[in-house]
Design a protein around this ligand. Structure first.
Ligand SMILES: [Zn+2]
Ligand SMILES: [Zn+2]
Length: 132
């Protein structure tokens, strides 16, 4: 799969609890297939209850699976972070640091803490710098 962000890098696979996550070695974005977020966070996670459509006018990205332009979504009250979701339900694209942001905003799920720990170990994000 090609990175939907840089569009020339091939996504590499990382494994977390037997779940294969695709990430871009160049821009450090992460692609998650549709069910993977639920596998990671716990059965109670339902993306339909979490995300709402965003009206922000960001550059559209294409789904790496079906090449359709993805929709922009965000979490209510946290609209400053915009996520990309495939309209054909293939999954989500997270730009560098966005997946960590998302998971941080969902502390109520059982899988949140260990996944956050893993993300921090794998990628050396500096969230305090990205806040600006
Ligand atoms: Zn990339
Ligand atoms: Zn798709």
């Amino acid at each position: 799969m090609l990175c939907p962000n840089c569009r020339k890098e091939i996504l590499l696979i990382m494994e977390y609890n037997n779940i294969e996550l695709d990430f871009c070695p160049a821009c450090l974005g992460i692609w998650l297939d549709a069910e993977e977020l639920q596998w990671i966070l716990g059965a109670d996670f339902d993306e339909k209850n979490i995300f709402t459509k965003s009206s922000v006018d960001e550059t559209k990205k294409k789904c790496p699976r079906c090449r359709t332009y993805m929709h922009k979504v965000s979490i209510p009250q946290k609209e400053q972070v915009i996520y990309d979701v495939c309209p054909n339900n293939h999954g989500f694209w997270f730009d560098r640091g966005e997946l960590e942001r998302l998971v941080r905003d969902l502390p109520e799920f059982p899988g949140t803490h260990s996944f956050l720990q893993w993300l921090t170990d794998v990628f050396t994000y500096r969230p305090q710098e990205e806040e600006k």
